[in-house]
Design a protein around this ligand. Sequence first.
Ligand SMILES: Cc1ncc(COP(=O)(O)O)c(C=O)c1O
Length: 368
Amino acid sequence: MRDLRARLDALAARDQRRELRSTHGVDLTSNDYLGLSTHPRIRDALIDALTRGAPHGGTGSRLLSGQHAAWSDLEARFAAWQGADAALYFATGFGANTGLIASLAQPDDVIVSDALNHASLIDGARLSRAERVIVPHGDVHAVDAALTARPGRNAWVVIESLHSMEGDEPALLPYVEVCERHGARLIVDDAHATGLDGPQGQGLVVRDGLRERVFASVHTCGKALGQSGAFVVGSQDLIDWLVNAARPFIFSTAPAPFLAAGLHAAIDVVSSDPELRARPRALADRLRNGLRGRVDTGRSTGPIVPLIVGTNAAALALQSKLATRGWDARAIRPPTVAEGASRVRVVMRAPLTEAQVDSLVGDVCAAI
Ligand SMILES: Cc1ncc(COP(=O)(O)O)c(C=O)c1O
């Protein structure tokens, strides 16, 4: 116990100790980009599914009693929406990423991984025991160099599309081209673009017309789709392999079948409402314009706007000053971001108004 207390004290001394806090004030922190987590159409779909007798328990692994037509039907629909052969639903995006990467890459393989990749992508690579080469964020030339230095190796390149903490979106096509040149396979975590970008909200892989040229993409449902879980999308062989080898899929209770109805409704909503989907980006542009020259928003271009202040203490101070003005925006500190790059991460969500964004600009400028 003393050992744990000492570790917690060390975190506190670095302004890095975390606590669980419920949301207070205007939500600038959630990834509920479109407000779908409380959307009436989705709620009604879930209630209707329960009323019609869809189970509210998963009962066992999908490989045992947890298999249900509700999931296979939803996976087929998601794959069609994505223009792909097949899709597999995982109960969490974390499990999708770890299961995907750890089950694909073999110990003799090489994984070229962006330095700012999400923890789930990092842990998947670690679990695979493949050689890991970490390249600077967004640096496709470094990917090229890493692959050039390892000719003949079975290689995987792993990136995020719209980045979860930086809010930037490195162009995908150059990654595809480099991978094709080296015979490497590209895995794109499209978590933060799913439900927002693309002709019907399918994400950046589809928006950029790269479905056929990306080996696998991951689409979380806990962000713009307002629910939870994630789909891995790719070839039928990929999905068949995951059913046989992805440990978070195999050794975990299936999600409750009634939840599939909510995901159908979420896809209906995002596919049919381009104005709603465009709103977070428009509000983020307005926020960045207002803050230009006053606050470092890094390379962000999408709905995630980091207010980069450097130290942990500065990020915590900004968080609490904003809280006193009624905003719930959270400090993000190492190890989630690099040392010295602590920030308050602001998420622009469709339910916010232009007037709120303008008053946020004023409050941030006053607090900085
Ligand atoms: C880029 C990225 N990938 C994966 C995940 C994990 O998804 P989930 O929250 O569904 O476990 C997240 C969210 O935390 C994320 O930001």
